[in-house]
Design a binder for this molecule. Structure first.
Ligand code: SAH
Length: 257
């Protein structure tokens, strides 16, 4: 015979059973505290979504056909909390294999594109890098783990300010954000050891070529939306060697007033 009383849920105990009630209340309080503690731990940028981040690296970056090999780049992609750079409502899409809207008609690039462009730059720990098109600040955060200093320019002022605040909040202290037209580069801090452009002009901006250190690399998408190529440029004195490395689809580089 099944003893129903023994199986009765704790919420249905008789009110007269005070000692038992006190015990249950204590147990509930402990349970709530544990849950609170777990949600606090969960809200930490680095522990939250760590499984999704690991999966992103394995399935979208290392997998055959993707072939990202640079271990420092893979480590940075496995560490930087991408979900912190997308709007809260879209957090759960942060690690999908594609771009995600970030407001103002702009997107955070697909993880593979971020990793691919970063690998093409061949970043060194002592490098000072210029990025054009800050957007969410995610690409700058990834770079900041790999080089000494990152300078990044965003033409949409509120995006620049938001990225700056997010980068600061998350402790990426070696990134400087400027609101303005990146076509002109950032001459005050030139020459740069690497330049990465994450919006597409219809030609390679000469000021950026001039601000690239001799012998170093620039990655830049060029062309109209439907017909864009990512170019890897290497500067050799007055000559620029250029190679199309991937068909891509970036938002156009817009120009300032
Ligand atoms: N690297 C970004 C994504 C770039 S989206 C990230 O990690 O999230 C492209 C960005 O380039 C957009 O935010 C757009 O506003 C910006 N942009 C377009 N034209 C620009 C210009 N002339 N100078 C600087 N930024 C520009």
């Amino acid at each position: 015979m099944v003893n129903l009383r023994a199986r009765t849920p704790v919420f249905c105990i008789l009110p007269s059973d005070w000692a038992y009630n006190v015990f249950v209340c204590e147990a509930l309080i402990v349970l709530l505290l544990v849950q609170l503690c777990m949600s606090v731990c969960d809200s930490q940028p680095l522990t939250k979504f760590s499984a999704e981040r690991k999966q992103m690296v394995e399935e979208q970056l290392v997998a055959p056909g993707r072939d990202i090999k640079n271990q420092r780049v893979l480590d940075a992609m496995a560490t930087v909390p991408r979900h912190e750079f997308v709007p809260n409502a879209l957090e759960r899409f942060a690690y999908v294999d594609g771009p995600v809207p970030i407001g103002y008609g702009q997107t955070i690039s697909q993880p593979f594109i971020v990793a691919f462009m970063t690998e093409q730059l061949d970043p060194k720990p002592t490098d000072r890098v210029l990025e054009i098109g800050t957007g969410s600040g995610y690409q700058a955060a990834v770079l900041s783990r790999l080089v000494a200093e990152v300078y990044t320019i965003e033409i949409i002022e509120p995006l620049a300010r938001r990225a700056e605040a997010d980068l600061k909040r998350l402790g990426y202290n070696n990134v400087k954000v400027h609101a303005g037209d990146g076509y002109q580069g950032w001459p005050e801090h030139a020459p740069f050891d690497a330049i990465i452009v994450t919006c597409a002009p219809d030609h390679i901006p000469q000021p950026l070529v001039e601000q690239l250190r001799d012998g170093r690399r620039m990655v830049i998408p060029v062309g109209a939306l439907e017909n864009q190529q990512l170019y890897l440029l290497q500067k050799h004195g007055t000559k620029v060697e250029q190679q199309a490395v991937l068909p891509v689809r970036f938002v156009p580089m817009t120009r300032g007033p």
